[in-house]
Design a protein around this ligand. Structure first.
Ligand code: HEC
Length: 181
């Protein structure tokens, strides 16, 4: 093998190494560009999500119609029918047992997560306050949104009239019903 041939071989090896190095550098560059792009996209989506979330919750605040004005003309009978949706998981009679959910006797203005012997979710246990008429109606609109992390698996009652009828019925389940607002 002549010196020239050895040189050629060495040169082609060097060129090969250079090409590989350049390709991998380019590759990194492309991947980085892509990574940047995907970061950008993820960021954008995040902003959009936040926007829709915040607009969702703020419009939701407006959407949850208060029941107070409807209570005086609400229907106990319809409320009892609507209660069937709750009855699989809740009793409402005095001294009744807990089922999947706690009993709902004397519920209006009862402190939240207050039934002895019931293992509440952390979310509900720490929520605080009492079940006022409006808080109860707000919770029943979309339980999982009203108390994020609640283990009450119920989609919610979309119609304000249904919530008013049901809350009126629940109000009756007490020795001493709380005066209507
Ligand atoms: C699939 C079962 C299920 C259904 C259906 C259901 N609940 Fe519940 N409910 C639960 C569970 C479980 C909890 C406890 C939630 C927690 O600890 O986060 C709960 C909690 C509650 C609480 C809070 C009680 C307290 O002591 O603080 C109220 C009020 C309530 N439910 C009312 C209702 C009403 C009214 C309906 C019908 C519209 C209903 N639930 C339907 C399972 C259910």
């Amino acid at each position: 093998m002549s010196l020239l041939e050895v040189n050629k071989i060495l040169a082609s090896i060097i060129v090969a190494i250079l090409v590989v190095t350049i390709i991998s550098l380019l590759g990194d560059l492309i991947v980085n560009i892509n990574a940047d792009k995907s970061k950008e996209i993820a960021y954008k989506i995040e902003i959009e999500e936040n926007q829709s979330e915040s607009s969702g919750s703020s419009s939701q605040d407006i959407e949850i119609e208060p029941i107070s004005l409807l209570l005086s003309s609400a229907s106990l009978e319809k409320g009892q029918k609507i209660y069937k949706k709750c009855g699989t998981c809740h009793n409402y009679e005095k001294d009744s047992a807990n089922k999947v959910g706690p009993h709902l006797w004397d519920l209006i203005n009862r402190p939240k997560a207050n039934v002895e012997g019931f293992a509440y979710s952390k979310a509900l246990a720490e929520f605080g306050g009492v079940w006022s008429y409006e808080e109860l109606a707000g919770f029943l609109y979309k339980p999982k949104e009203y108390i994020e992390g609640t283990k009450m698996n119920f989609a919610g009652l979309k119609k304000v009239q249904d919530r008013a009828d049901l809350v009126l019925f629940l109000r009756e389940q007490s020795d001493n019903p709380v005066p209507l607002p």
